[in-house]
Ligand binder design. Structure first.
Ligand code: 5AD
Ligand code: SF4
Length: 439
């Protein structure tokens, strides 16, 4: 007699924060797929709820506790429901999470996801399961292989984790640990597998992706190796540190057709005094000279950045230096944040800028960045771009995809399928996207 097949158990996973968490969540779904779980879209029907959390800015842990509170009634209705916290809050808070919220069954840090099936089994026996180690083994190698199902045309692929830079405001070196690179052959294998399943564009991820050293020629070497994969049409990478933009990578931006003309290169601030206090180990001037070299290699590259306002001891003059740097660089895209003190980081010990001053600076900074973003987008009208189509648009018959510069572009979609790459003439620039006609 054969045993009856178990119906799949249902996993609801909610992802916060960066793209690396998006990638990790996909891999966790796959790892738990190996022990009978399938992903569902709402927590109500789940047998297991996982929150993949982010700790980069303030109140992250508080948000997690209040989100957990919302699941209380589900646990009351279904005592078999397992609740887990993953990601950087899990790493930072550890057992404290279970102490404060006893309905949590499982706490797992970002380096231990390959152990999820064991942790799930332990939680299933009614025990609390906690793993926030930084194990020797490679979590990616031990994660279950991605199943062979077809998928959308774009994918993330984590190549590097952790950070050794220790910017004075940042928790990443503590929550994600030291820089570790995955070996190039494994990444190439995973990339080939993704391409077989319909992926045309891969974004290589790392907290400090351009410090990648799993290939003897660094990130540029990995990009050139990926360039040889037939069917892979586009390569992107994020996030980079200015000090790791080596000559080979700059050259790749000029010479590798598959490497897209978009670069996220955070500078954080424009005042050398603040950059020094942030422990960034570069100056505003060296950053601007670097961008000149990148633009000499690839004149049309669209620059993106991250900025922090209200870092301790930032004066109006320091802030003005940030605005000046932005005026000089001209960003096509940017993320900006009010400084938030993170316990355990060196800057947390220092005197904060008053909240109303920081709020005012953030507004002024965002007004400038929004204007630049708008101007960059509007300047695309009348140009031709290549669009990788990803999905249907809001209007009937419309298709939407991304240009090489990462602008969303919508077109009348007749004859266009998901995954098609088409030349498009841009005819209009809307609030958050471009419109055009396929050529
Ligand atoms: N406060 C505000 N912003 C921060 N970032 C990182 N840590 C902090 C902090 N403590 C921002 C930086 C970084 C981005 C991912 O988040 O700009 O580049
Ligand atoms: Fe954090 Fe990025 Fe600085 Fe590393 S380089 S410490 S991840 S802000």
């Amino acid at each position: 007699m054969t045993a009856a097949k178990q119906p799949p158990k249902k996993l609801f996973i909610k992802t916060y924060g960066c793209q690396m968490n998006v990638y990790d969540s996909e891999r966790m779904v796959e790892a738990l797929g190996g022990v009978g779980y399938e992903e569902v879209k709402t927590p109500d029907e789940a047998d297991m709820i996982l929150l993949n959390t982010c700790h980069i800015r303030e109140k992250a842990a508080e948000k997690v506790y209040s989100e957990l509170g919302r699941f209380k009634h589900l646990k009351a209705e279904n005592p078999g429901l397992k609740i887990g916290v993953a990601g950087c809050v899990a790493q930072a808070e550890g057992a404290e999470i279970i102490a404060r919220q006893p309905m949590v069954d499982l706490v797992v840090g970002p380096q231990s996801y390959h152990r999820l099936p064991e942790l799930e089994a332990k939680a299933g026996q009614g025990a609390k399961a906690l793993d926030t180690d930084f194990p020797e083994e490679d979590k990616f190698e031990h994660l279950a292989k991605r199943p062979k199902a077809m998928r959308g045309p774009t994918a993330f692929l984590t190549v590097q984790e952790g950070c050794d830079k220790f910017c004075a405001f940042c928790v990443v070196p503590y929550t994600r640990g030291a820089e570790v690179s995955r070996p190039a052959d494994r990444i190439l294998g995973e990339a080939r597998d993704l391409v077989e399943r319909g992926v045309k564009e891969i974004t290589l991820l790392g907290q400090n992706v351009n410090a990648y050293h799993g290939h003897e020629q660094g990130l540029a070497g990995l990009i050139w190796a990926l360039d040889k994969i037939d069917g892979l049409e586009r390569i992107r990478f994020t996030t980079s540190h200015p000090n790791d933009m080596d000559d080979a990578l700059i050259e790749a931006h000029g010479e590798c057709d598959k490497l897209m003309p978009y670069l996220h290169l955070p500078v954080q601030a424009g005042s050398d005094k603040i950059l020094k206090r942030m422990n960034r180990s570069h100056t505003a001037e060296s950053y601007i000279r670097l961008i000149e070299r990148i633009r000499a290699a690839r004149p049309d590259i669209l620059m993106s950045g991250d900025f922090i306002v209200g870092f301790p001891e930032e004066t109006e003059e320091d802030f003005q230096a940030t605005l000046d740097l932005i005026e000089e660089v001209r960003y096509g895209y940017a993320y900006s944040f009010k400084y938030s003190a993170r316990p355990g980081t060196p800057a947390a010990e220092r005197q904060d800028v008053p909240a109303d001053v920081a709020d005012d600076r953030l507004q002024r900074l965002q007004a400038l960045l929004t204007r630049q973003q708008r101007e960059t987008q509007d300047a695309m009208v009348g140009r031709e771009v290549t669009v990788l189509f990803e999905k249907s648009g809001r209007l009937p018959g419309q298709m939407v995809g991304k240009s090489e510069y990462l602008h969303a572009v919508h077109v009348p979609g007749e004859g266009i399928a998901k995954g098609d790459l088409r030349r498009v003439s841009i005819t209009e620039s809307g609030a958050n996207s471009l419109g055009g006609v396929p050529l």
